[in-house]
Design a protein around this ligand. Sequence first.
Ligand code: HEM
Length: 327
Amino acid sequence: MKRLTFDTICSLVMGFDPKYLSIELPSLPYADAFDVIEQVILYRHCVPTTVWKFQRWVGIGDERKMREAQECFDGFLEERIRVKKKDSFEKKEMETVVDDDFLTMILSGEAGIDQGKLTDGFLRDVMFNLLVAGRDTIAAALSWFFWLVAKNPNVEEKILKELDQVMGKDELNKMVYLHGAMCETLRLYPSVPYEHKQSIEPDVLPSGHAIDGNTRILLSIFSMGRMEEIWGSDWMDFKPERWISVGSTDEKKMVVSHVPAYKFAAFMAGPRTCLGRKIAFVQMKAVASCVLCRFKFEVVDDHPVVPDASILMFMKYGLKVRVSNRA
Ligand code: HEM
């Protein structure tokens, strides 16, 4: 799954397909480096700041691995930026179609970012941020989705029925039940299971609690998705119907219900809400519909499926399935 989402996010962000999912499953040093960087970011959340900063200063332990991985990944990004700048310039000169990835949009001014800010370092950091935000979140959500669907044949049947009915024009928007199944997956297994925020000055929270400046607050999105007072007594059920209601103009038409972001916090809420939410649904629905139409998954008996303790909600032992062609 990580190979697939590495290819899709690189294509979306930089217009470059690393072909990490090609049939020979290549080993790419910059993709390995990306994994190392993410692991060390997690490590920095687990040890006191003074410890990892000291390790970074001396150049030992995980921080040494981080420096090497960062050099490798920065090199990859800098090369992609250089190639893209050259390509965009040549295409503009020849008045040919310019690509529609994020990097091209930023370089062409379409993204509305002040052109004076576009140093190579700025571009590299923006690219890195988008790659981190968009790769593992989708990979983790899809793994849980396929597991939940395999464990709930009644849901699988309804998704297949919907796919059969809506395949054709504007199909992703019409996949209301599949959308509900994705939301339900993220309610039970949010890719970002908890959020860490820190106040910069004394404040009063909406709950009425007064907090000092510099207070750290951990918000468990995972727990919020499983609270009876928020989701009702059937909170433990995988129930896409929870997200669907009848249309206001046409009673026969089912639509995705509006659920406030402060209730369903998988993408967070407020000014720093996820910027990739719509892209994430398009990608997840496209992958799920293509795969489910063609293949059936059976979870291998006795394979433990449990969440890993991490900043991202991965499966600790991965997902083992038996795959068969749908007749
Ligand atoms: C299932 C998929 C995804 C989930 C569950 C998810 C979740 C989140 C969450 C919880 C945050 C808030 C982080 C914080 O406040 O610290 C966030 C921020 C963000 N996400 Fe996503 N995300 C997903 C996919 C994506 C994709 C595909 C992209 C881009 C291609 C993306 C781009 C971003 C960006 C740029 C931010 C930072 C927004 C800001 O700080 O202003 N996300 N995401």
